[in-house]
Ligand binder design. Structure first.
Ligand SMILES: [Zn+2]
Length: 425
């Protein structure tokens, strides 16, 4: 039985703790093709007799049409075709909730935004949902939070896990190349996220678990070794990516937060989304590809060398307000304050570092992948490699890397390096 099957059945045992782990999703089916099985897959979830099927023009063409046809043979469907590109805001959620008022469940046909909209509506209405993915672009299929825009501010909100996740590898392989690249990019940050999480664990006693990474171990090497095959539409490679994305979402759910999949590399990306002006459309995972390389290089400068000696955090509220403006500044200040060190705390941290540096670096060495290797994986996939590949000027990117740590209280190598005077870039 695969790792996913064991998790879904509640039969996965964590080898370290002996605990049996389970996830809220009841069915995950990943196959070369799901053609002809769409109706049975949904029927197995016992959703009821009326289903709202949410798609947009593109996802309807690649998957929605056949799902709607299959469902019509045994239940009433309420089709909802969203404008393209769908936008993850409260107005669109209201549209979904109205359309689904008489439905027993939602069927999402899509990936990032449509999945987020349905999982958020599902939590709001306390009605289940299932998703037929149409692109392997992100690891949010199975996570329990949704990226939503609230009054213009992007937030991660509590959402429902899907009851079913159905991934047709032929459909995923036919997705736009940039979306496949994005899924690879969002998976590539496993080593940098793990490294940052271990740093916070060793230096600040924050809880840490190997479970999310153990889940990913089986597919990672093959996925990264054959990133070129993935881009050529190879279904074996696509299966690895699909499982990795599903398991990465489960890893976050099991950890009670995004720790295993979102650390310094995500802070840089989120900073850019907040602060970039007139940014062209860039997929989240494309950004993570580039920011992961930055973090991997920073880890190489920081770790395995002489232990750094952090000083007190030299950032004032005025600095934050000046940089972000009053509105964003007032949101960021509590975040950076929460992980700022006064001189005495910095002294304590320094002695902690001296005590555990070698042990920590040895542990992290087992988790890390050299930046050059990560670079080659992305290069073979013809993925973005440098800020300019995404239209970010070097000046803007430097500013982003320097200030990214201010937006969230999560402690990463960005904080340790900045407080210790180690170059971030
Ligand atoms: Zn991500």
């Amino acid at each position: 039985m695969t790792v996913i099957d064991r998790l879904v059945r509640g039969e996965y045992t964590d080898s370290a703790s002996g605990n049996v782990l389970s996830v809220p999703t009841r069915s995950v089916i990943i196959r070369d093709s799901l053609r002809g099985d769409e109706g049975d897959l949904v029927r197995s979830l016992d959703f009821g007799s009326t289903l709202a099927v949410v798609s947009d023009a593109a996802t309807y063409d690649v998957m929605g049409k056949r799902v709607e046809t299959a469902l019509q043979s045994f239940c009433k469907i309420i089709p909802l075709r969203l404008d393209r590109p769908p936008y993850p805001d409260t107005d669109t959620v209201d549209q979904l909730r109205n359309a689904g008022a008489n439905a027993d469940a939602w069927i999402a046909i899509g990936s990032g935004t449509i999945n987020d909209l349905c999982k958020y509506a599902s939590a709001q209405e306390n009605k289940p949902y299932a998703v037929f993915g149409t692109a392997p672009s992100m690891n949010g299929f199975t996570s329990v939070n949704a990226a939503m825009s609230v009054n213009g501010l992007k937030r991660s909100l509590a959402a429902a896990a899907p009851a079913g996740v159905f991934l047709d590898l032929e459909v995923l392989a036919g997705a736009p190349k940039r979306m496949i690249c994005a899924g690879l990019g969002d998976s590539l940050c496993r080593p940098t996220a793990q490294t940052d999480w271990l740093i916070a664990h060793y230096l600040l006693d924050q809880p840490y678990s190997d479970v999310p990474f153990n889940l990913l171990a089986e597919d990672e090497e093959g996925l990264f070794a054959e990133s070129d095959a993935l881009m050529r539409g190879d279904l074996v490679a696509m299966g690895r990516l699909a499982r990795t994305l599903v398991l990465s979402g489960f890893g976050m759910t099991l950890s009670g937060g995004s720790y295993p999949a979102s650390q310094g590399e995500h802070l840089i990306s989120h900073y850019i989304e907040m602060m970039a002006k007139n940014q062209q459309m860039i997929f989240h995972g494309e950004q993570i590809a580039v920011t992961t390389l930055t973090m991997a290089r920073l880890h190489e400068r920081l770790l395995g060398k002489v232990p750094p000696k952090p000083k007190s955090t030299n950032i004032s509220k005025d600095d934050v307000t000046h940089h972000f403006g009053p509105d964003l500044g007032s949101l960021c200040w509590p975040e950076i304050s929460a992980k700022s060190f006064n001189p005495e705390q910095a002294e304590q941290l320094s002695s902690r570092i001296v005590d555990c540096w070698d042990i920590m670096c040895d542990r992290i060495d087992k988790a890390r992948i050299p930046s050059e290797k990560l670079h080659r994986i992305l290069q073979k996939a013809k993925a973005p490699l440098a800020p300019l590949d995404l239209g970010w000027s070097p000046d803007f990117y430097n500013t982003a890397v320097k200030h990214a740590r201010l937006i969230r209280k999560r402690y990463t190598a960005l904080d340790l390096a900045a407080d210790s005077g180690v170059d971030l870039l």
